[in-house]
Design a protein around this ligand. Sequence first.
Ligand code: SF4
Ligand code: SF4
Length: 319
Amino acid sequence: MALETRYVPKLGRSVTRLGLGALPMGPLQRGLTVEEGARVVRAAVEGGVSFIDTATAYGTYEHVARGLFGWQGTVTVATKTHARADGAAAREHIEMARRELGRDVIDIMLCHCARSLLTREEWGPTLDALLEAKAKGRISLVGLSSHAVEGVRIAARHPDIDVVHPLINLTGMGIVDGTVDEMIAATAEAHDAGKFVYGMKALAGGNLVPRREEALQYAFGLDVLDTIAVGMVTPDEVEWNLRFAQSMAIPKELSERTAAHSKRLNILTFVCQGCGKCVDACENAALSVVEGKAVVDVEQCILCGYCAPHCPMFAIRMV
Ligand code: SF4
Ligand code: SF4
C-alpha cells in the first residue's frame, strides 16, 4: 500500500494527500525540542509523506530543517508570512524561510490567515513582496491561507494566487464567516481554477480528535482538497496517520496512545490584566474581555494558539 498522491502541475511533481502540519510541534502549542520535532518530521518522510506545512509564526523551521537534513527524497515545503501592510517584513520572512529551512527556493509561500485580499492596504505589500520573490526565482508558488469563505473565494479568482489553503472540517468549526458547504463551494472554485489546494484544521485544532476517523475520512473524501495538512507531534501519531491514510489496520494500543491527548486553552486569570490584545489577535472571535479578564468561547476556539504570543503577560497557555 502506498500513500495517495496528487500531481501539482505548477511544481512539476506530485505530493502526498497526507501532509504533515508543523504548527502543533512548535512553541505556540506543544513546544517540542528541535530534536523531538525532527524525529516527527523524519518519521513522516520515511513513511512516505512528501508535503510539509509550516509558517514564519510557528517557530518550527529548525524542526523541519533538522528532520529533512540528509534526506534524499523530494519533499515539498509550504510556509507563510504574517506580515501585514509591510513589504519589508514580508521580504525578511522570505529570507528567513530560505535561510532557516536551508532552501534556496521556497516551494510555496502564503499570505498567512488573510480574511480577504480586497484590503489592498493590508495585503497588497505582502503579496507584492511574494510576487517579487517569485519573479526572482526565490519562491515557486504564491498563495493564501484563510479561515474565511470570502478570503478563499477571492483567492480563487485572483490571477496571482497559485495555492489556496482553506480551513475545512467536518463541523465547519473555525470558519469565521459561513458554513462548511459555503467553504467547500469556494474551495471548489479555487480547485477548478487550477490552483493547488491544501486543507487545514481537519481535526479543528484537536477538537475533533475524539472523532478523528470520521473527520479525516470526511477531509480525504473531499476531492477539492489535493492535500490535507495534519498536525502530528509524536512518531506514534505519524504512524497512526500513515496507517489511516493507507487504510491499514491500526493496532488498538497505537490508537489508545494517540487518542489520549486533547488540548485546551488555559487563561491564567490571576495574571491576565484585561488589555484585550489577545482579542484582537484571534481571527475566530473566540476571545472577549469580561469583567477585566480574557474569556475563551470554547465553541469558537480552534486551539491554533495564535493568540498566545500577543499576550504581554504570558497568560495564555495551551495545555
Ligand atoms: S482563542 Fe487563541 S487558540 Fe483559540 S481560536 Fe482564537 S487565537 Fe486560536
Ligand atoms: S492579552 Fe493577555 S493580559 Fe491581555 S487580555 Fe489577553 S490574556 Fe489578558
